[in-house]
Ligand binder design. Structure first.
Ligand code: IMP
Length: 195
């Protein structure tokens, strides 16, 4: 079975291919000749993931999946959420995003937050969604220098270190993306078995 992952991020692609094994061959956007920007104009993670996967399915005719992730902070009514990448502006700068987040939370007692990933899978025109969540706290200052995005200021529940102070394997085992991908992989393996 061939399946497009609507991404050009080689790290995400390699990680997923390893999890899926040989029976499912993953293709990137570049592999199918899609060099245009995939639209992502919705106001929810569910909407964005679906917009991306349906775009590829309808325009290029491949079974496909796409993901979208956001950091939801309770004291900020769920912000930055779907706008996590561009919280401090279109430059998509992680340092500026974290600085804005820490600033918005100054003086607030409630630091609870979660990362949430939604994956939209389209097989023969039918959509199925998978969700992965990790609950945690926004730290008062940055900690660690691994990872990316908001990792230095997010500490998952049950741990005393930020995502950026963990090694990648440990983070992947408990992360939002890891949990959503686990559900996707189980679904695809089962589908392949019954096909
Ligand atoms: P994307 O949907 O995977 O591109 O994620 C959107 C934005 O959420 C990224 O640009 C990051 O700012 C943030 N983000 C997503 N996943 C993570 C993570 O694992 N750690 C830290 N920040 C993340």
């Amino acid at each position: 079975m061939k399946l497009v992952f609507a991404t050009n991020n080689p790290h995400k692609l390699r990680e997923l291919q390893q999890l899926l094994g040989d029976e499912i061959q993953l293709l990137s956007l570049a592999d199918i000749g899609c060099n245009e920007e995939v639209p992502e104009n919705q106001e929810t993670l569910e909407g964005n993931a679906a917009e991306k996967s349906f775009f590829v399915f309808e325009k290029y005719g491949f079974n496909c999946f796409a993901d979208d992730t956001g950091l939801e902070v309770d004291a900020l009514n769920g912000e930055p959420g779907v706008y996590s990448a561009r919280y401090a502006g279109e430059a998509r700068c992680a340092e500026a995003n974290m600085a804005k987040l820490l600033d918005q939370l100054q003086g607030k007692e409630d630091r609870t937050a979660r990362f949430r990933t939604v994956i939209s899978l389209i097989i023969d025109g039918k959509e199925t969604q998978f969700e992965g969540i990790v609950e945690g706290q926004i730290l008062k200052e940055k900690q660690g220098d691994a990872g990316f995005g908001y990792d230095p200021v997010f500490q998952p529940d049950g741990f005393s270190a930020s995502f950026a102070a963990m090694d990648a394997n440990q983070k992947n085992q408990i992360s939002h993306r890891g949990r959503a991908v686990e559900k996707l992989v189980a679904y695809l393996k089962n589908l392949n078995k019954t096909a």
